[in-house]
Design a binder for this molecule. Structure first.
Ligand code: 4AD
Ligand code: MG
Length: 431
C-alpha cells in the first residue's frame, strides 16, 4: 500500500511508494516518457510517467491532460539533485479525478486586469502561493509576539456608530434604521481594553472608502493594533521597534523558501535591527528640503516624501511629532509644542512608505472633548470613549500596522493587491 502524504513531506519516503493528491501544474512529453509537474498546495514535484508502466491508453490520456486537472497519483520517491525539492516521483499509477477544461491562465504573460479577474485561479500559481504563505507566517509571528509579551486578544467590532480616522473614508451602512459605519480602525475599543487589561490587541479587517487608486491602498485591509496602558510616545516607539525586529526576524527564519521563490533581496529585511532612527517631523522636513523633495509647511507627507526620507536610511525610520492638524483627533498634543502631536509613523525602506501609524493618546477629558468638537465629530457617539478619561484615565499609547502593506514590503512585490487573497480596491469588488 502506498503511503498517503503530500509533496512537502515526500522526502521522508525515499525509495517508497507514496500517494499524492493534487493538480497538474505543467507537463512536458518526450517519446515514451511524460514529465508531469504536480502541485498540491504544499509544493510542486516532477513526476515521471512511462508508457511501459502505465500502458498505452492511460499514457496517451496523461500526455494530453489539461493543466489543473485533478489527480490522485501513486509513485516511488527518488532523489533528484536537479529538482528544486531534491526529489522526483516515478509514477506507478494515476487516477484522473477531473479532466479540467482549457485553463485560462497559461504560460504566456497576462495583464493584471485579466489576472485580477481570475484571482480565484491566480492564487494557484507559484508566486502567489509564496506571497500568501508569507502572509500566513507573518500573521502567526505577529500573534505569537503579542501573545508572548502579555497582550490579550480583544476583538474590536466591525460595525460601529462612529468614525475613528476622519469622516472622508467612511463606509456607511444602515443599522435597523440608524446610521452605522464599517470600522476604519479598532483602536478606540483597544483603549477600553487597555484600561481593563493593561495590554490588548486586535487583528482583523478594517475598511476605508479610499477614493485613491494607488499601489498602497486597499478599501478592506487587515490591521494589527496593540494598545498599552501607562505608556507614552517613547514606550510606543520602543514597542514598534521591538515588534518589527522580532516579527521580521521570524519571517526570515520561517519563510526563507517562499522569499526565495519571490527572489526577494533579503538584505533590507536582514537590516531590520535596533535601533531604528527616530526623527521629528520638523527634522524630517529639513532633511527632505536638502534631498530636493520639500514639504509645504505644516503639510502631511505624500508618497514621494516618504520614499525620499526612507531611502536616506538603511532600516525602517520612525517619524514622530507630526503637525496636529494633519492627524487624528485622539492624538495627544506635545506639551512642548501644542502644534505637534505625540504620534509616530514608521516608514518602511525601498519606497514602501508608511506601514505603522500610532502614538500616545489624549488622556485629558476636556482636551479630548475640545478635539472632538474641533474635528466636527458628533459628541454623542463618543460618550463611551470619554468614560475612559472619566474613570482612571492614564497615559497610554499604541499603534496600527497595516498588514497588507507589511506583507507587500516583506515580499518585495510592487503592488498591495497581491498581499491579499481577494483584494478590495476602488475598482474591484469581484471575485
Ligand atoms: O495610520 P492609520 O490611519 O492609523 C490608525 O488607524 C490608528 N488608529 C492605528 C492605531 O494607532 N491603533 O493606519 C494604520 C496603518 C497605516 O500605517 C497603513 O499601514 C495601514 O494602516 N493603512 C492602509 N493599508 C492599506 N490600505 C489602506 N487604505 C490603508 N490605510 C491605512
Ligand atoms: Mg497613518
Amino acid at each position: 500500500m502506498p503511503v498517503l502524504t503530500n509533496i512537502e513531506r515526500c522526502s521522508r519516503y525515499e525509495g517508497q511508494e507514496v500517494e499524492l493528491r493534487g493538480w497538474l501544474y505543467n507537463r512536458r512529453k518526450s517519446g515514451r516518457i511524460a514529465f508531469l509537474q504536480l502541485r498540491d498546495g504544499t509544493g510542486i514535484i516532477q513526476c515521471i510517467a512511462e508508457k511501459s508502466v502505465l500502458g498505452e491508453e492511460l499514457f496517451t490520456r496523461i500526455r494530453r491532460l489539461p493543466q489543473e486537472s485533478s489527480l490522485v497519483l501513486r509513485g516511488t520517491v527518488g532523489a533528484d539533485p536537479r529538482s528544486p525539492s531534491g526529489f522526483e516521483i516515478r509514477v506507478t499509477g494515476v487516477e484522473v479525478i477531473q479532466e479540467a477544461q482549457p485553463y485560462p491562465i497559461t504560460k504566456k504573460s497576462h495583464g493584471t486586469a485579466f489576472l485580477s479577474d481570475h484571482r480565484h485561479l491566480w492564487i494557484r500559481s507559484r508566486r502567489q502561493q509564496a506571497i500568501l504563505r508569507i502572509r500566513h507566517l507573518a500573521g502567526r509571528a505577529i500573534r505569537d509576539y503579542l501573545d508572548d509579551n502579555g497582550f490579550l486578544l480583544l476583538d474590536s467590532p466591525i460595525l460601529t456608530p462612529n468614525a475613528c480616522e476622519g469622516t472622508s473614508t467612511l463606509f456607511a451602512t444602515e443599522y435597523f434604521g440608524r446610521p452605522a459605519y464599517l470600522a476604519q480602525s479598532g483602536q478606540l475599543y483597544q483603549e477600553a481594553g487597555a484600561m481593563a487589561f493593561g495590554k490588548t490587541y486586535c487583528f482583523g479587517p478594517t475598511f476605508r472608502a479610499e477614493k485613491s487608486d494607488t499601489r498602497r491602498h486597499l478599501t478592506e485591509f487587515w490591521m494589527v493594533e496593540p494598545e498599552v496602558a501607562f505608556a507614552d510616545l517613547d514606550d510606543t516607539m520602543d514597542l514598534c521597534e521591538d515588534f518589527l525586529v522580532q516579527v521580521v526576524g521570524r519571517v526570515l527564519q520561517d519563510g526563507l523558501a517562499h522569499l526565495q521563490v519571490l527572489e526577494r533581496d533579503l538584505s533590507p529585511l536582514q537590516r531590520v535591527r535596533k535601533p531604528f532612527p527616530r526623527i521629528s517631523y520638523d527634522e524630517a522636513c529639513l532633511r527632505l528640503a536638502r534631498l530636493g523633495t520639500p514639504v509645504e509647511p505644516e503639510d502631511d507627507f505624500g508618497a514621494p516624501h516618504e520614499t525620499a526620507l526612507a531611502n536616506s536610511f538603511d532600516r525602517p525610520v520612525m517619524v514622530h511629532r507630526y503637525p496636529r492638524a494633519v492627524k487624528a483627533f485622539y492624538m495627544k498634543a506635545d506639551p512642548e509644542n501644542p502644534a505637534r502631536a505625540l504620534g509616530v509613523d514608521v516608514l518602511a525602506p525601498e519606497g514602501y512608505g508608511e506601514i505603522i501609524g500610532g502614538g500616545q493618546r489624549e488622556d485629558d477629558l476636556s482636551e479630548l472633548e475640545a478635539q472632538v468638537n474641533r474635528h466636527g465629530l458628533p459628541m454623542s457617539a463618543f460618550q463611551w470613549y470619554m468614560d475612559l478619561r472619566r474613570y482612571g484615565s492614564c497615559p497610554h499609547g499604541g499603534f496600527g500596522l497595516g498588514f497588507e502593506r507589511f506583507v507587500t514590503w516583506l515580499c518585495g512585490v510592487p503592488h498591495i493587491r497581491e498581499a491579499a487573497a481577494f483584494p478590495r480596491t476602488l475598482e474591484r469588488l469581484e471575485p
